[in-house]
Design a protein around this ligand. Structure first.
Ligand SMILES: [Zn+2]
Length: 235
């Protein structure tokens, strides 16, 4: 994939995440590892919204979290990305956002229960990062987030947000949206009196397999990309 094609994927992901309400002003960020140079990644710039990423302001960083190119400023929480890329060689995209329902569930310290389709996507584990409420502004804190994440798809950062990963930006983006939906459904369920009868773990595992097939992420990313383009055209 050419670099401009990769940058366009980052721009598309930004529009999708903004439309999904994941922006939290300018504080969310998304990155993609370079396929031909796994020690570098491109990332949304600081001070801009998810829907304001351009070919020019995208930041190029290395695995030490240093900016080595691009027009924008780097996010101080770049270490969430660099340390996860160091720890997980198969991961090529990282998203960090402060989605409302994920933050709310994280404040309860409850585990995410497999009681909806989006929640089942995380049936292989949704750990917590409890070390700090602060911004992840050091390599040490970033390493802590990567360690808490382990080999899972996402980690809830208590009272702060979430870090979500994928083998590509399509997977990370769709999982970020599914995570917030899953948390919203669980909070609504608890508010309505609590969880009722559950399906067996075998049934949950089968659905987990079906719902996390790689093509599912691409199909849904493409749908949301087309929808973002229609929204921009009509505004
Ligand atoms: Zn944050």
């Amino acid at each position: 994939m050419q670099i401009n094609e990769l940058k366009q994927r980052l721009i598309d992901a930004g529009h999708i995440l903004e439309n999904a309400g994941q922006g939290d002003l300018t504080r969310g960020h998304v990155s993609i590892r370079l396929p031909n140079d796994p020690t570098h990644f491109i990332m949304k710039p600081h001070s801009y919204g998810f829907d304001e990423i351009t070919l020019e302001n995208i930041v190029l960083c290395n695995l030490e979290g240093e900016k080595v190119g691009g027009g924008g400023r780097k996010h101080s929480e770049v270490y969430i990305h660099s340390e996860i890329y160091k720890a997980r060689s198969e991961i090529n995209s990282v998203i960090h956002t402060h989605p409302t329902y994920a933050v709310a569930l994280s404040a309860t310290s409850q585990a995410l229960e497999p009681i909806s389709q989006p929640a089942v996507a995380f049936a292989d584990g949704l750990p917590y990062f409890n070390d700090a409420i602060d911004l992840i502004r050091t390599q040490d804190l970033g390493r802590g987030v990567a360690k808490a994440l382990g080999f899972c798809k996402a980690v809830l950062m208590r009272n702060h947000g979430a870090a979500i990963v994928g083998q590509n930006v399509e997977e990370a983006t769709i999982l970020a949206i599914m995570l917030d939906n899953a948390c919203q459904i669980q909070l609504a369920t608890m508010a309505a009196g609590g969880i009722g009868e559950k399906f067996t773990s075998e049934q949950v595992q089968k659905l987990h397999h079906d719902i996390t097939r790689p093509e599912q992420y691409v199909i849904n990313f493409e749908y949301l990309r087309r929808r973002a383009i229609r929204t921009m055209a009509s505004s």
